[in-house]
Structure formats: C-alpha cells, structure tokens
Ligand binder design. Structure first.
Ligand code: BTN
Length: 260
C-alpha cells in the first residue's frame, strides 16, 4: 500500500501544490531547483516515499529508511509575513510546530526541541530540520524536514539506536503517515503565521518549555569558534545563552557539537 493518501494531502488548505516522488535523491534539492522558476504556486510540498540522498545541516547526510517521513516545503516568506530579520529563527519556530503536532498525535509523549533545528523524543533524535534560501530564490525558503515515523530502528546499527528514535518504536504502533503530515502542516502554518505577525518573542516561552538543553554542558561551534558552557536557556530573540568560564555568551546561530 502506498504510504501517502495524495488526494487527501492535495485537499489540505495548507498546501497549494504537491509534487510527489516514489523515489528521489533529496526533496530539498528538488525544491531548490524549482525555487528558481518564475511562476510557482506556493506553498509547494515536495514529498518522497523514499529519499536516497538526503542532506542534513553542514556536510551531514540524512539517512532515511522506508517508513521515514521526508519532505520539503517551498514557501514564500513574504506571503507568510516573515520579514528577513525572522528568517534565522524559522528553524526554531518550525521545531516548535513539529513538537506541537507530535503532542497532538501522541498526547503525553516525551517530545522536545534541541536548538537550533532538532526534534527529540525521550532523549534521542526523532527529526531534523534544514532551512535553506539561495539568493536566486527571491524570498523563497525551503524548509526540509526528516522524521523517523514508521521506520523501526530495532535493526539499525547500535550507534544509530543510541542517538535516534522512531515513533513506531516509541509508541509501539505504526502511524498513518498522511495523518502525521497533515498535523504537521497545520502546526507549521500556525506557528509561521504567528512568527510573521508577532516575531519569535511570542513563541519563545513555548519553545523554552520544550527545550531539552537547560542546565546541560554544551560544546557549540559558531563560525570559527568552539564554545563550551552550561546552557542557561533561549532568549526571546532565539539566541542560545551559555554560561562559560569567561562569562555569559549569547549565540544567535551555531551547531551543538556535544552535550552532557
Ligand atoms: C539535520 O538534522 O541536520 C536536518 C535533516 C533534514 C533532513 C530533511 S529530509 C527532507 C529534506 N531533504 C533533504 O535532503 N534534507 C531534508
């Protein structure tokens, strides 16, 4: 049985156009390619049953087995009211929305966000977010999301099992992939519109409530710097606050290299 009910997805008010691939290298590569076209109906959802060359942040790859959810949304930031100053926090807003959708699907589940672009479940990574916007895309942003949903990790290598989790293993039941995606689309639209209207400050409290980093010792790389400190939280502008040996550091962007 195909994993997605495409007519149901096409009838969602949150998707203006849908391109479905049974197999593709990367949905985000495809979205970036399309973003250069003049005439586009947005938001455009690029959805794959199977993604063979998924990319993560930096030079990371995104491994996706059958049953994982991989898609990219090509959006018009201006249409959503998201001004340039809020683009850097779009990954935070997106992570929060993903978490909220998961809470609706599995009430009481242990879901959290890890600044700046990961979604966690019970201490392990459930999903990742990749935001890209090439200059040629004229205000268009590609939001790529990969999540472990129906791909059990029970047979995955030990290091993957230790770091990652899939919803099917956590909940002990398979999920309706179309239903999951529809929940995500509603939650994303809600948080993105709010971001456009009121900025990240309006959702920072909810992000903080779900942030898994508070009090932990982190190593964060930001440009050429590698900074170690205890996480004091996330501020209203979306910056990560660290207490380091030499004082307080606020980081607007970066990647967490390690956390204890
Ligand atoms: C990360 O954790 O570093 C981000 C992972 C993002 C993976 C998704 S899967 C769908 C979309 N297509 C890609 O090639 N990457 C993103």
């Amino acid at each position: 049985m195909p994993p997605f009910d495409l007519p149901r997805l096409r009838s969602s008010p949150y998707v203006a156009a849908l391109e479905h691939h049974e197999r593709i290298g990367s949905t985000s590569d495809r979205a970036l390619e399309l973003s250069r076209q003049d005439q586009l109906t947005l938001p455009l959802l690029i959805l794959a049953d199977q993604q063979t060359g998924g990319r993560g942040r930096g030079s990371n790859q995104w491994w996706a087995a059958t049953g994982s959810l991989t898609f990219s949304l090509l959006i018009d930031a201006q249409h959503l009211g998201i001004a340039g100053e809020n683009w850097p926090v779009l990954s935070l807003s997106t992570g929060l929305a993903v978490c909220e959708a998961l809470e609706q699907i599995a009430p009481g589940g242990d879901f959290g966000v890890k600044w700046p672009n990961d979604v966690y479940c019970a201490g392990r990574k459930l999903g990742g977010i990749l935001i890209e916007s090439p200059s040629a895309a004229r205000g268009r942003i590609v939001v790529g999301i990969g999540m472990n949903i129906n791909n059990s990790l029970t047979d995955a290598p030990q290091e993957i099992q230790a770091a990652a989790v899939s919803l099917i293993d956590y909940l002990q039941r398979p999920l309706d992939m179309t239903g999951v995606l529809l929940h995500l689309l509603v939650a994303l639209q809600t948080r993105w519109l709010e971001l456009g209207l009121a900025g990240f400050a309006a959702q920072a409290g909810e992000f903080r409530r779900r942030c898994i980093l508070d009090g932990r010792t982190l190593q964060v790389s930001s440009g050429p710097r590698l900074i170690t400190g205890r996480c004091l939280g996330i501020d209203d502008g979306g910056s990560l606050i660290l207490q380091t040996e030499s004082g307080r550091e606020e980081m607007a962007s970066g990647s967490i290299v390690s956390m204890e």
